[in-house]
Design a binder for this molecule. Structure first.
Ligand code: PLP
Length: 394
């Protein structure tokens, strides 16, 4: 039988990439038992009603045909205005490409920047698909570690040491999943300097930029000389509770780059469904209130979760600056975060993500998604704290 391509076989290079806990939790659920899944970044509340209505109105009005491959003009226009205002940069509508969530934007940006055998520097901890996406387009992901002791801020000299003649891009994610860390201006300026010095692209995943609490989000595209070398990944999955809609976009460095990136969508999904795009437009036309409301909800939950977890003598909990997760350091007890998460699931019926899923940098950590109503979340975190305090007896 003909063999599948080496490239496709290399995307996921063996193992379950840390999703084992989720499968165990679903198995327990299938057996009819109650499980609280705090392992994925999916909201426990639905998309706001006006967005759903805009979609059903479009469907009822017969918007069933092909849409525009790169996005309907009023949506591209709105996003360009919004990104210009939010990030302090100039974004033209024809630099915006509507994509099937942030993931498709990430794929397109990777495709646009990687030649076969090119390298992309990927900073750990990272969102689980990063290295896979780089491999999917034929590139090599060169992993650079950050450490909990340095609050997961990348060290510029370590990044510099990872650059080779094959390096084409650096992939950053600030605000970061899973750490909730926002890169400082100093860190971003250091990364920008490397990109300028070595003529690299920057792929900047900013899907959590609306969920920043005590600090400010800085888009690296706003730094000197960076607009024309930065691809910005954005999405409504987290900001508007729209994970299942697959509603995102890519802001390209130039309109010429966008014309070429359009070919990735021409030859793959052929654009986002028109009724989804009309719902996206309706949501963004409301203004920033819906995303502020969701951000405030997660901020409150973060405070509830952190307080409950800090009751433990064994857990080390750092207040995240952003996003919808709390990363908990369990190294005082064990580095085996998978074993800990599995034992926690069996003992408490709460599923959390082992830090290993996001790379070596978060070994000895667990990530708790804040995706349960306040009282349920508080109860789950209290159970996690007392489980940790009894860990030696487990
Ligand atoms: C950092 C990061 N980037 C991208 C994505 C993908 O988002 P989307 O649902 O928009 O494809 C996620 C999803 O969890 C994420 O955490």
């Amino acid at each position: 039988m003909a063999a599948l391509s080496t490239q496709i076989r290399s995307i996921v290079d063996g193992g379950d990439d840390g999703w084992g806990i989720l499968y165990s939790a679903r198995q327990i659920q299938a057996e009819g038992k109650e499980v609280l899944i705090l392992a994925v970044g999916d909201h426990d509340f639905p998309t706001a009603e006006p967005i759903v209505t805009a979609c059903t109105n479009a469907l009822n009005a017969g918007r069933h045909g092909y849409g525009s491959i790169v996005g309907i003009p009023p949506l591209r226009d709105l996003i360009a205005k919004r990104a210009s205002a939010a990030h302090g940069i100039d974004v033209a509508p024809d630099e915006v490409i509507i994509s099937m969530g942030g993931q498709a934007a990430l794929f397109a940006a990777s495709y646009a920047t990687m030649d076969n055998d090119a390298e992309a520097i990927v900073i750990q901890p990272y969102y689980a698909t990063y290295a896979q996406t780089i491999r999917a387009v034929g590139g090599t992901a060169v992993i650079v570690q950050t450490s909990a002791d340095n609050h997961f801020q990348p060290e510029i000299e370590t990044l510099r040491a990872a650059i080779t003649p094959k390096t084409k891009a650096i992939l950053t994610n600030s605000p970061n999943n899973p750490s909730g860390v926002v890169y400082t201006r100093e860190t971003l300026e250091g990364i920008a300097e490397l990109c300028r010095e070595h003529d690299l692209w920057l792929i900047s995943d900013e899907v959590y930029h609306s969920q920043v609490y005590e600090t400010d989000h800085i888009s690296p595209a706003s730094l000197p000389g960076m607009r024309e070398r930065t691809f910005i990944i954005d999405s409504m999955s987290k900001s508007h509770a729209m994970t299942g809609w697959r509603a995102g976009w890519l802001i390209c460095p130039t309109s010429d780059a966008a014309l070429k990136v359009a070919d990735v969508f021409l030859t793959s999904a052929y654009g986002v469904a028109p009724f989804i795009q009309l719902a996206m437009r309706a949501a963004l036309a409301i203004g920033v209130e819906p995303e502020h409301e969701i951000s405030q909800r997660y901020r409150l939950r973060r405070d509830i979760a952190v307080k409950a977890l800090q009751a433990s003598k064994k857990l080390r909990v750092v207040n995240p600056d952003a996003a919808m997760y709390v990363l908990v350091d369990i190294r005082g007890m064990t580095h085996d975060c998978e074993g800990f998460a599995e034992a926690l699931l069996q003992a408490t019926n709460v599923a959390v993500m082992p830090g290993k899923s996001f790379g070596e940098a978060t070994m000895g950590h667990i990530r708790i998604s804040l995706t349960a109503p306040d009282t349920i979340l508080e109860d789950a975190c209290t159970r996690i704290a007392s489980f940790a305090d009894q860990w030696n007896q487990v």
